[in-house]
Write a protein that binds this ligand. Structure first.
Ligand code: SAM
Length: 398
């Protein structure tokens, strides 16, 4: 409680007029208000609340199945549980009990006895991608993670590192890696793709905040190789397409090639004529020798967090052998967690990666250690908002 006056005066000092334009200030205000909430809740209430918190997620998951968020949003004003029961064929009392919890947590407004109204969060919950996220995360990730305590007690609390033996495989009794297993569940696969949708969300592209002209284009030497960037595990290539658009002027001035590398089925889904001149699709397994030698940059976006250190080192060693000392740069685009004091959302992502594939989100120290172990030098970390980062590294001369 004695921290409260200091926190309150910091909150009062926030320039509210600047907030809409200032993401950093928004994040700081959110952090301060959470700290105030923690103090006001009190330690015992907070600890007890966590015990029952999953019920809120369960209520939301049921509401998604009953399409309650959409029905409430579609109503012109208040809607009763009875009306919702008629629309969904769910039990009126069940609907009231589910919505009571969701109203208490702000996902819908409770305007009278058994009466409900949408708010902005209800509208967000009704978005198809968010509904898909609730189905996929609950049915696959959370239900796998529920088995984690039993799995970990059986493995004597060792970190899972094999993509064929982590919580998903344990829960679903399979030895298939996550993505292969997902293919056997088409509706959840559809939900996964819908939820991931635009993988960038609200994030800015890396080239908007990493100084591409100074760090990559300056010094680019076509006599080594005309490839400026190889996107290793490119997916459908959204990063390179955006990069090309942003540096189209440089493309005409400097003229460079961009290479998309992924597994054959992924690249087959990208048609050649969707790609501008200078692009090349190159099916490639990143656990094998890198065929493009001495490119200026090897870019990996959301690749290494899928894998434990031992697999990352295999991927990185294949790249190291292709890189030209003093010229080629490794560019890893991932979260860079602070060494202490990570945010809840990023710490959660780390456990999501553990659940999916035995992968992990890494801290500053963990990135540097991994790259040193894989034989890289000149390691530089560039950090942007919400710990989005680029880890840059080179190969030594010997
Ligand atoms: C999380 S996605 C990231 C895609 C893209 N870089 C992005 O940020 O949107 C991981 C990608 O790695 C690819 N991948 C998985 N195993 C691979 C392998 N052995 N060789 C090459 N690509 C692989 C997947 O097909 C997928 O496109």
């Amino acid at each position: 409680m004695n921290r409260l006056p200091n926190l309150m005066s910091k909150i009062q000092g926030v320039d509210v007029a600047q907030l809409p334009q200032d993401q950093g200030a928004q994040a700081e205000l959110l952090r301060l208000t959470r700290e105030v909430t923690t103090i006001l809740e009190g330690p015992v209430n907070r600890a007890t609340d966590l015990v029952f918190k999953p019920y809120t997620t369960v209520a939301a998951r049921i509401a998604v199945d009953l399409d309650l968020f959409n029905h409430i949003c579609a109503a012109s004003g208040d809607v009763t549980s009875k009306q919702l029961a008629n629309l969904t064929r769910g039990d009126e009392l069940l609907i009231s009990r589910i919505l009571r919890l969701l109203a208490a947590t702000g996902f819908v407004d409770n305007t009278g006895e058994d009466e409900w109204k949408s708010n902005e969060t209800t509208q967000a919950m009704a978005m198809p991608a968010i509904e898909a996220g609730h189905r996929f995360v609950f049915d696959v990730l959370v239900s796998s993670a529920m088995k984690a305590p039993k799995y970990l007690s059986e493995t004597k609390y060792q970190v899972p590192t094999e993509p064929t033996d982590t919580f998903v495989q344990y829960a679903f009794q399979t030895r298939l890696p996550f993505f292969q297993y997902l293919q056997s569940m088409p509706s959840l696969m559809h939900d996964f793709n819908l939820f991931m949708g635009n993988t960038m969300g609200n994030r800015q592209y890396w080239h908007d905040w990493y100084d591409v002209r100074k760090l990559l284009l300056t010094g680019f030497d076509r006599s080594h190789n005309s490839v400026l960037l190889v996107d290793v595990g490119s997916g459908k290539g959204h990063d390179m397409l955006a990069f090309h658009q942003a540096f189209a002027d440089s493309a005409t001035e400097v003229s460079f090639r961009l290479v998309l590398q992924d597994l054959p089925p992924v690249l087959e889904s990208v048609s050649e004529h969707e790609l501008p001149a200078g692009f090349e699709k190159m099916p490639h397994d990143f656990f094998t020798e890198q065929p493009v030698k001495a490119a200026r940059g090897y870019f990996l976006h959301h690749i290494l967090h899928d894998w434990s250190d031992q697999y990352c080192i295999k991927i990185l060693r294949c790249l190291r052998k292709a890189m030209l000392p003093g010229y080629s740069k490794l560019l890893i685009h991932e979260l860079i967690l602070p060494n202490s004091g990570a945010e809840e959302i990023q710490a959660r992502f780390d456990l999501v990666m553990m659940t999916l594939s035995g992968g992990m989100e890494r801290s500053r120290t963990q990135w540097v250690r991994l790259l040193e172990e894989a034989g890289f030098c000149n390691i530089t970390l560039y950090e942007h908002l919400d710990h989005d980062g680029i880890i840059e590294a080179e190969v030594p001369n010997h």
